[in-house]
Design a protein around this ligand. Structure first.
Ligand code: DGJ
Length: 732
């Protein structure tokens, strides 16, 4: 049994394969967080110490227990304004203006059969998935918090969310509703977060949690954002890729988010993650409820690589739609960097022809096929084919592309509207704009009010019509600006604080309807590259374009940063032209191929412009990708370059440990440099591995502790890929 409840002690223990998550309702009904870490088989509340600390007041009923204070106790879902001065999980405002929320334990319920959170994406689970619901109540304002925990035992993952209900008789407005809050007592901690910018997303940064201070990682852009991914890792200062305790907190949400990490006066760390409270106000009339997004929690005592693998597995198994789980995906060529807005059907067919000759399997027609769009100033929202530009219908184009042996994909940017568009002229009120103000414009476009049913219906009908008419197997779903002027023309004044979240609910509903209606059309998420790379979008889109930066050397950092939380099978990665369009850098085609192979693998160039030798290399790359695809997409992934500043290196190991693929890119070649060895991971120490490129076999132990020997690198950004296969002849 993975959920153990000791009724008398009101102790709740949630056990996964290697971890224990534990809570206890104490004698006053405060729900204490007692442990999240390796399994101990013990009531961990012995670690909770109390002392009379100055300026830490006591709940009324405990006024004689001067050592008992909400300000110092580790709490599971902190209230507000009643004596805990650390960040609150929930803030609410009653009609009398009172802001206090004082939670007390009110019961629990065992759950079986994973339920999707209302209106939101969630981990899939199945009828056997076990869960626990703990109910907290505030008797005065009538609010109840249903804390929901689902166990993914074999993944070492716990999924948390909260449902806040108004059980009272008067309206209450929620102004903060975190998906989780947790107090991790005691000891210094580090936090890793993943920041960035357009064309440079998810760069890891590790910093100490400040004593007595608070760190906030956030997006208020209406999207999970390029600037701050909704994923953080809390770890011990000594934790490395290979060892040490670490906890991951990933929000399954694509809109505004906040991850708060604060160090308190007792040496504990509080983490709270959820929808960003700034600008958020959700009115709960009596009987109403609010469901927070789910957060995916994992813990490892074996370092960051092991934590990442927990996320990789759970995303592959429980987030990605079953239809696309482990599915072979076509090697695609995308028209964007090949011809941007400058194409017609003949040009696209030539592109398709040369792509087919090299073994590519799908042509994706990117931006510019609809309305009268020849640049980024017009036509978003007018999702009808520009036949004049193409010289034929989309149906005809798609059929001719299929006749060349390729599948066909198409770009959309559903949530946007151009100022210069028929849609905006017909329905200016469908865009998010403030009364009496000129809206912020970005890329000449405004953002649609996705919370409105008529907007969702319009998009569903128009996109469906295109998907039904032409032969389309893939959609690239783009989102190219931050959201401002968050004001809905359809909501009353006292509900405007709901607009941003209603926007996300509307987008998810549209994605739900489209994926249901077109189950065989694969949607690739995109947001000016990786501006919406999150578990929420991955629920609908099995892969997401990782970045608009296609420079292979920059991609090393972007893909490595992404790998802390997300598996390679979700990372859209293409080989692009040389010199690179974003940086002007020249990187060998072989290296560009190896880097794109640590992702979904495709091309973003005009194959006809390649030399004969390059075409040969491309054919070999595609063959290699097909050969290793199962290992890359389904294997265990390890970052290897912790100590080796001049290389970026990673490897995949098959689940049975019989095969491995090691990739190394030398980012800094040195004259007369040290002999390069890279210590591998994840192999069976007892097994002998045969190195295909050399006639040599080495034990897993030798490769992991002694390292793999690499050539003295020379030239610009050389790369090496080594395939290792377990060779029974040498097994001890
Ligand atoms: C941003 C995307 O990331 C690009 O790949 C491309 O689709 C452009 N938008 C098209 O406008």
């Amino acid at each position: 049994m993975s959920i153990r409840i000791e009724e008398q002690d009101r102790l709740f223990s949630l056990e996964t394969a290697h971890t224990l998550y534990q809570m206890k309702a104490d004698e006053t009904g405060v729900l204490l967080h007692t442990w999240y870490g390796p399994r101990t088989g013990t009531d961990m509340s012995y670690r909770i110490r109390t002392a009379n600390r100055g300026f830490c007041g006591n709940p009324f009923e405990m006024q004689d227990r001067l050592d008992y204070s909400l300000d110092t106790l580790p709490q599971e879902y902190a209230g507000n304004g009643v004596g805990d001065f650390r960040p609150a999980a929930v803030q609410a405002e009653g009609p009398d203006g009172s802001l206090s929320v004082d939670w007390r334990y009110a019961g629990y319920r065992l759950l079986k059969g994973k339920e999707k959170p209302e209106g939101l994406p969630g981990l899939r689970g199945n009828a056997e998935t076990e869960g626990l619901e703990i109910i907290l109540e505030d008797k005065v304002n009538g609010l109840a918090a249903h804390l929901i925990y689902w166990l993914f035992e074999q993944h070492d993952v716990i999924v948390r969310s909260a449902r806040i209900e108004n059980r009272g008789t008067v309206p209450v407005t929620l102004t903060k509703a975190a998906s989780l809050s947790i107090d991790i007592p005691y000891g210094k901690k580090h936090v890793m977060h993943f920041h960035g910018r357009h064309a440079m997303e998810r760069i890891p940064e590790r910093t100490a949690v400040p004593a007595g201070g608070r760190l906030a990682f956030e997006s208020r852009r209406g999207m999970s954002s390029h600037q701050s991914n909704p994923f953080i890792i809390l770890c011990d200062p000594e934790t490395t890729e290979r060892q040490g305790v670490c906890h991951g907190f990933m929000l399954m949400y694509s809109g505004n988010h906040l991850e708060e990490v604060s160090g308190d006066q007792t040496g504990s760390t509080r983490v709270a993650c959820g929808i960003h409270p700034e600008g958020f106000r959700w009115k709960l009339n009596p009987g109403d409820r609010f469901q927070t997004p789910e957060a995916i929690l994992s813990c490892s005592a074996e370092g960051l690589n092991a934590l990442s693998r927990n996320y990789h597995r759970v995303i592959r198994d429980e987030v990605i739609a079953p239809r696309w789980r482990g599915a072979k995906k076509p090697v695609l060529v995308n028209s964007w960097e090949a011809c941007y807005f400058g194409f017609d059907a003949e040009k696209l067919l030539k592109l398709a022809q040369s792509a087919a000759e090299l073994g590519m399997e799908m042509l994706v027609l990117d931006d510019g096929w609809f309305g009268c769009r020849d640049d980024d100033t017009t036509s978003l929202g007018d999702w009808t084919c520009n036949e004049e530009k193409l010289g034929c219908s989309l149906k005809e184009l798609s059929e001719r592309i299929h006749a060349l042996g390729l599948r066909f994909g198409l770009w959309f940017e559903p949530e946007m509207v151009s100022l210069d568009s028929d849609l905006y002229r017909a329905h200016p009120d469908w865009a998010l704009t403030d009364p009496g103000r000129d809206p912020m414009v970005s890329r000449h476009q405004l953002v649609l009010d996705m919370g409105r049913a008529e907007v969702q219906d319009y998009l569903f009908e128009n996109i469906s019509a295109v998907l039904r008419d032409a032969r389309i197997e893939y959609v690239k779903w783009d989102f190219n600006r931050s959201v401002a002027n968050v004001y809905s023309r359809a909501l009353p004044a006292d509900r405007q604080g709901e607009t941003a979240h209603r926007f996300m609910l509307g987008t998810y509903l549209l994605l739900e309807r489209l994926t249901e209606a077109f189950p065989d059309v694969m949607i690739e998420g995109c947001s000016g590259g990786g501006g919406r790379f999150d578990a929420g979008m991955l629920y609908y889109c099995p892969q997401i374009w990782c970045s608009d930066n296609t420079d292979a050397v920059e991609r090393l950092e972007i893909q490595k940063g992404t790998s802390y939380g997300y598996p390679v099978c979700t990372m859209g990665a293409h080989v692009s032209a040389c010199p690179n369009h974003q940086t002007g850098r020249r990187v060998p085609l072989e290296t560009r191929g190896i880097v794109a192979q640590a992702g979904t693998f495709g091309y973003e160039l005009d194959p006809a412009k390649l030399t004969e030798a390059e075409k040969q290399t491309v054919k070999e790359q595609i063959a290699a990708f097909h050969r290793f695809e199962a290992l890359i997409e389904g294997g265990d992934y390890y970052r290897l370059d912790e100590r080796e500043g001049d290389y970026t290196a990673w490897m995949f190991v098959s689940p049975d440990k019989k095969e491995a693929l090691v990739s190394v890119v030398a980012t800094h070649v040195r004259a007369n440099g040290p002999f390069p060895f890279i210590r591998l991971q994840g192999l069976d120490p007892e097994k002998a591995y045969h190195r295909e490129d050399k006639k040599e076999s080495l034990t897993g132990a030798a490769l992991m502790y002694g390292g793999i020997s690499l050539p003295q690198f020379n030239g610009d950004y050389p790369a090496e890929q080594v395939y290792l296969i377990c060779d029974r002849r040498y097994q001890r």
